[in-house]
Design a binder for this molecule. Structure first.
Ligand SMILES: Nc1ncnc2c1ncn2[C@@H]1O[C@H](COP(=O)(O)OP(=O)(O)O)[C@@H](O)[C@H]1O
Ligand SMILES: [Mg+2]
Length: 276
C-alpha cells in the first residue's frame, strides 16, 4: 500500500509566501452557507462563511467547528496513510496566514479553511466516460468514509486528481457512527460495483491502529474525546465484521464484500440510531 500513502496533492511548505503572491480571486462553488474561492493562479482554495457573522456568536461557533472538522479529516487521512482527502487547513483568524488572506477577500470576517495545493477536477463535470478512475484508490476512500462516519457523500463532494484518484472534500459532516457503504455515490458506479476487492486492502485495514492521536488545537477537548471514541468504535466494529467475511473475499466483488459487512454491522448501527 505504500504507493497510496503518498499524499499526491502535497503539503504547501510555506503558505504565507504563496498567499502573498495572489492577485485575483474567482468563485468556484457555493453551498447553503459557505462559498469556495480559487485564489489566483496558485490553485489554492478557501472556503468562507457567507455574510458577516459579527454579532452572531452561536452561528460563528457552528461554522468554525464544522470547518475545523474538515481539516481534521485531512489529518486523519494522512495519519492513517489513506491519502483520500486533499490538503485542507483550518486557519485561525489570529495567524499570519489569515492576515494574508484578509487582504484578498475584503469582506472576510471569520476563520477560513484553505484547501488543496491545486484545483482538482470536479468529477461530475468531467463526465464519467472521460475519466479513468483509480478504482483501487476509490476502495480506500470507501473504507475511510466508513471509519470516519463521513456523511455528505454526494458526487459534488468528490474531486479527482490527474491520475484519476478520488479525493473527498466537504468533510464537515463527519464522525458519526459506522455507515453503510451504500451511502457513497461511487457504489453505484458500474465498474466499481463489479471490481473484486483489492487483495491487500483488507489486511491493511485490519492492521490500522484503533487509537488516533491528534492535537486538540482550538477545538473543545470534550469534543475531541467524543470524536476519538466514535472513531475507535467504528474501527473496532469494522475490523470485527471484516474478520467474519475475510476468508470469502477471493470470490467476492467489492460490493458483495461491503454488503456482507453492512449486514454484520446493521444491528449495531440501529442501536446507535435509537439511542440518539
Ligand atoms: N479543491 C477543490 N477543487 C475543485 N473544486 C472544489 C474544491 N473545493 C471546493 N470545490 C468546489 O466548490 C463546491 C463547494 O465546496 P464544498 O466544500 O462542497 O462546500 P459546501 O459546503 O458549500 O458544499 C464543491 O462542490 C466543488 O464543486
Ligand atoms: Mg459540498
Amino acid at each position: 500500500m505504500s504507493e497510496n500513502n503518498i499524499n499526491e496533492t502535497s503539503e504547501i511548505p510555506d503558505l504565507v509566501s504563496h498567499l502573498s503572491e495572489v492577485k485575483n480571486v474567482r468563485k468556484i462553488g457555493s453551498g447553503s452557507s459557505r462559498t469556495v474561492y480559487l485564489l489566483g493562479e496558485l490553485g489554492l482554495c478557501v472556503k468562507v462563511g457567507h455574510g458577516s457573522l459579527i454579532g452572531m456568536p452561536e452561528r460563528r461557533k457552528r461554522i468554525v467547528k464544522s470547518m475545523w472538522k474538515d481539516s481534521l479529516m485531512y489529518e486523519m487521512s494522512e495519519m492513517w496513510g489513506f491519502g483520500v482527502v486533499p490538503f485542507t487547513k483550518f486557519i485561525d483568524s489570529r495567524s499570519s496566514e489569515y492576515e494574508c488572506i484578509e487582504f484578498i477577500i475584503e469582506s472576510l470576517d471569520l476563520d477560513v479553511v484553505v484547501r488543496e495545493a491545486f484545483l482538482l477536477q470536479r468529477y461530475v463535470e468531467m463526465g464519467e466516460k472521460d475519466v479513468s478512475l483509480d478504482l483501487a484508490h476509490a476502495q480506500k476512500a470507501i473504507f475511510f468514509n466508513l471509519i470516519t462516519g463521513r456523511g455528505d457523500q454526494i458526487k459534488v463532494n468528490s474531486v479527482i486528481n490527474p491520475k484519476g484518484k478520488i479525493f473527498e472534500i466537504d468533510n464537515e459532516i463527519s464522525f458519526h457512527g459506522l455507515r453503510g457503504a451504500d451511502g457513497h455515490w461511487i457504489m453505484t458506479h458500474s465498474d466499481f460495483k463489479k471490481r473484486p476487492i483489492e487483495s491487500n486492502l483488507v489486511e491493511w485495514v485490519l492492521g490500522l491502529p484503533e487509537e488516533i492521536q491528534f492535537e486538540p488545537n482550538g477545538m473543545d477537548p470534550i469534543e475531541i474525546i467524543a470524536i476519538q471514541n466514535q472513531v475507535r468504535s467504528n474501527v473496532l466494529q469494522l475490523k470485527a465484521a471484516i474478520d467474519q467475511v475475510k476468508g470469502k473475499r477471493g470470490e467476492m466483488s467489492f460490493r458483495e464484500f461491503m454488503t456482507a459487512i453492512d449486514v454484520l454491522t446493521r444491528d449495531e448501527r440501529n442501536r446507535a440510531r435509537k439511542k440518539r
